[in-house]
Ligand binder design. Sequence first.
Ligand code: PMP
Length: 532
Amino acid sequence: MAFGPVRFSPPECCSSAPTFPQPPRLLPGSQRSGRSLSDAQGWRHVCQGTGAGLLQPKADRPRWVSVPVGVSSRSRGMLRRAGPSLRHVLLERANSAGHSLRFSKAKMSRPVQARRLEGVDKNIWVEFVKLATTHATVNLGQGFPDFPPPDFLREAFVRAVSGENHMLHQYTRAFGHPPLVKILAQFFGKLLGQELDPLTNVMVTVGAYQALFCCFQALVDEGDEVIIIEPFFDCYEPMVKMAGGTPMFIPLRPKAPKAGQLMSSADWQLDPAELASKFSKRTKAVVLNSPNNPLGKVFSRGELELIADLCVKHDALCISDEVYEWLVYDGKEHVRIASLPGMWDRTVSIGSAGKTFSATGWKVGWTVGPTRLLQHLRTVHQNSVYHCATAAQEAVAQGFQRELERLGQADSYFAHLARELQGKRDRLVQSLDAAGMKPIVPEGTYFLVADISAFASDVPNTTGSDEPYDSRFAKWMVKNKGLAAIPLSAFYSGPHKNDYSRFIRFCFAKEDATLKAANDILQKWKREKAGP
Ligand code: PMP
């Protein structure tokens, strides 16, 4: 298990220092006692400090040594004087937990990393979230709302954790809390025109992320090909690879907008012949993400029929990531590919309460599909995560109950959220357009991609760097302007990262004050560019 940077207070001898180096083999949760820290494996990490703290030359810094628990300080002094070899032997004997200092220091010669992790270790979010945390005054980078979920949902959570039913603090059914799978079956049964069995056609997951992971692990084999439409939500590629599959990429290609109009996400389209050419005997599945992150494209019925026909023709599955299904603007229709002829039986549809109810931190997601597919997802789920937080599932179930009663009505939260977000989208489009950063107007999601070409000269050229231009731009922008966004190249596969690297992605699910602050930065930047 990996832990983030461990922060804890230094012992007195290092107390003047703001932080101090992590002692060897220090485990999270180690006990602190005076000048030493003990770990769970019977080791004590002892600070041999000078008392002056860390702000001193390296050589004088306090040093951490590890000794087995049970070795007194007097013995430690003797051991030091005894020199390395005797010290080694005695320490090995003294180690009551049976650990060998020699072995703990010996380097393993065999590779520790499983082959399936090769080439998938980098993650854009780790780097950009850190940059945003350090430098951003306005963070339109990572995709989450900075406004609260609706009151009815928060109240449902409070009732779940503080009400009479203390069983909501315990495990529930592994494949989904019964009230939640029941209401999801009712809700999506209605939308898909299918009679759904809550126990076999629905599975609750830890966010849509785990739903995706279950799909790839359960359905993709070594040698299988999986078609991914670029730009794509970045985890699809590593997840396919970790399952042993081969991603096959097909780009959405931008068409010139109508004269005098801003580009729309609808102008990014698949070439039907190119798409057909990606299918082969080895094609196991297509990953569809509509509405699409990052572009905000809402695939039209015609585009979905094209994909569906090819899936049926080549007997391929469809993994349909629909987490932004309610965030659709300008009267556009979100078509569920599972509802098209021949598709129910070969599609897993994925949703997320994080996006649906503006509660990304709850990590409640789900899959809906035929038993013949979901039974295999259940095998992955029961052997990995097994179970999702009960109270959050209970609250989401109540949220859906409310929404089912209001489906299609103006007072439904889903309708309200889309109206609110459309207004926010328009505000950000206006700000970017006025500043000269050409926005691509999204038909859905809460993301917006903008063309940064007009700002190119602001960012110093780093010759020799093979980092895509948009990535360098986004880093420069957050450090110098305090505005965080994500480079579009992050949503392309390795060989295609430079194909459309003059765009950055903003998230507009933000309070009006946040969008105003972003606008202030952009307009000031524009004035500075124009000069006095
Ligand atoms: N799919 C897409 C397209 C997403 O944008 C995200 C979140 N950014 C997810 C899946 C993961 O959703 P969750 O937070 O529910 O795991």
